[in-house]
Design a protein around this ligand. Sequence first.
Ligand code: ADP
Ligand code: ZN
Ligand code: ZN
Length: 719
Amino acid sequence: MDWLADVIVDRVAAGLDHPFTYQIPEELSSVIQVGHWVKVPFGHGRVRGVVSRVYAGACPPGTKAIEALVRSEAVLTPALVELAQWMAERYLCFLPQAVRAMVPAPVRLDAGARAEDPWYQAVGERAGRPSLKSQIFEYCKAYGPVSRDALLARYPTASPAIRALVREGFLAVVEAPSVPAPPEGSDALPALTPEQQQACDTILAAPARSWLLEGVTGSGKTEVYLFLIQQVLRGERQALVLLPEIALTPQTVTRFRRRFGSQVAVWHSGLTEVERRRTWDDVRRGRLNVVVGARSAVFLPFPRLGIIVVDEEHEPTYKQEDHPRYHAREVALWRGQREGATVVLGSATPAIETRYAAEQGRHGHVRLTRRWGQTLPRVELVDMREELKNGNRHIFSRRLTEALGRTLSRGEQAILFLNRRGYSTFVLCRSCGQALECPDCAVSLTYHQAEERLLCHYCLKQFPVPARCPSCQSEKIRYFGAGTERVVSEVQRLFPTVRILRADRDALTRAEDYEAFYRRFYDGEADVLVGTQIIAKGMDFPRVGLVGVVAADTALHLPDYRSAERTFQLLVQAAGRSGRGRSPGVVVIQTYNPGHYAIKRAEDHDYTSFYQEELRYRWETGYPPYTELWLLLFRGADEGAVRDSAGEAATRLRALSEELEVLGPAPAPLARVRGEYRYQLLVKGRHQGRWEASLTALLKGMQEEYANLSVTRDPYFLM
Ligand code: ADP
Ligand code: ZN
Ligand code: ZN
């Protein structure tokens, strides 16, 4: 008998997608455990990898021995090792890709710890105009001591400003905090409302399970999280709070810091390698008990996980678009179950699949129905077809113009949304509000300018651009597409003295842009904020009296089965930005489809009715939650070859099971990107089919066979 170990080697390639067996040498036999990072001989060289299993057995001939232990402490908990295996199956990735998502690069590559830079702590309060200095000061204040390294990563030209702040006494140079300071005297818990208390009591009565916390915007979901986390900390366990990336502003983090002091760390893509490594180590050793983080924080190696909160659980940003193509909510649920932790999924507009799972009894369900201290804003729909009939061809209706004028004259602020995504232009009849749709697929047709054709991205049928609307014969067919810039110039034309801020995705890619931007509007440097959905969530502006949605229909016609759901969510979240101060707040939604259920239900803040209607549509069209979905995207420079691969794959998939429906191949909505042609297949499987295991095996095989194929389970963006 020998001691053997299975090792997942850190190399991504076809044929390496399983652990390899090694002998554990005598001197390491009492040391090596599951989760250890080791060096092993492999082929003609050496690689590193993680131990996935340790067992006694007869050593097969030719088995090589582990060479060395790279780190004395395990890099993965046993639960995470299992999780990697689950992910490889579920998301069709290679095992080492799953492991790489969990172990930060500097740990994996064992880069020696770098000599550390000075750390800075904010001192006192600092008034003054917004500037680089004020940004740096606020950042240090919100995040506690911050390393020079981290500051320079966020603000590359910060050196002179940091020097000045130190000289003026606003920043103190401090020791690198290796162990967090003991919890500070933190904020007292506010008295929960009866509804909030009830939600907490219900969850605490059955903590070892998952919960949907459905609470309207501003109902105090965050207060519920804070209360639950406090209970978890009392039980000496750890807490993880996941937020959509863009919501990770100091404002949100500050709320957790105020309650739990320096036990709180943040985790997001803006961290430097040094910070990443330090936080990861502190979590693993149990020195940090609360992490507020973006998607990838779901892989942190908590040894005593007590609760995972997924805030705004419906947000698509929880889905990783690249390998491993995981969904952080699903991973959180897996961990909660495996590690006996509470999982709380919070949203005002839960994802259809989440609410459905709650109804099926897979999550408990608690609700917050009232805003704290305020009422929900009044929502008014404006039928833009009527505007047109009455001779108004502007992008603002008379009602929105009037509301804007009144809001501004009262000295309040306004937010105008144009929730438009740039890549596809849809075609709309201005008379009846009908977007042109594929007769077979119930999705909008996309206008392809080069060929001047309308194309269905699901079934590949092509149509000429009609001169008249097929439903009402009107000739008023338009390609829809006013951008945020046009909205800005329109506001400027109507109200020449008004100060306007514009925010779209390009302008706000980095977290600090977003923060600076938030602050400028918060501080009243502008009267009107014009932006895309990037500004729709999570922000709290007490002086906003009006939210205008310039075109509610844009998301409705995306070639995506979630388009109604996204529209409803966006409208409700946008409406939620209004009425957060003293005045009750008004929301004006402009639409060509006032009768569409996504829009009508948003008008009433009626999630449940929306959910029921959407579920009926999903049932009729065979989309999730009634089916499982896979997207296969083939790419390549040679269009014929790409099309052939996709066609061949379709044939093989169709032969697998009659319970699988295979749509396509069809050109992807983004049919050509950077010179590459893209074709897609969509595979739908009814639940409880016996095809699951054989489909996984086939898809994994195909990914190795076709070099330019990527497979996404439950895709969010069909492109
Ligand atoms: P949500 O996360 O549901 O959008 P928040 O937790 O942000 O709601 O609460 C909205 C506002 O109401 C916040 O300013 C919060 O501080 C306040 N609030 C909510 N519940 C309470 C409470 N029980 N006591 C005091 N303030 C509360
Ligand atoms: Zn029409
Ligand atoms: Zn079609």
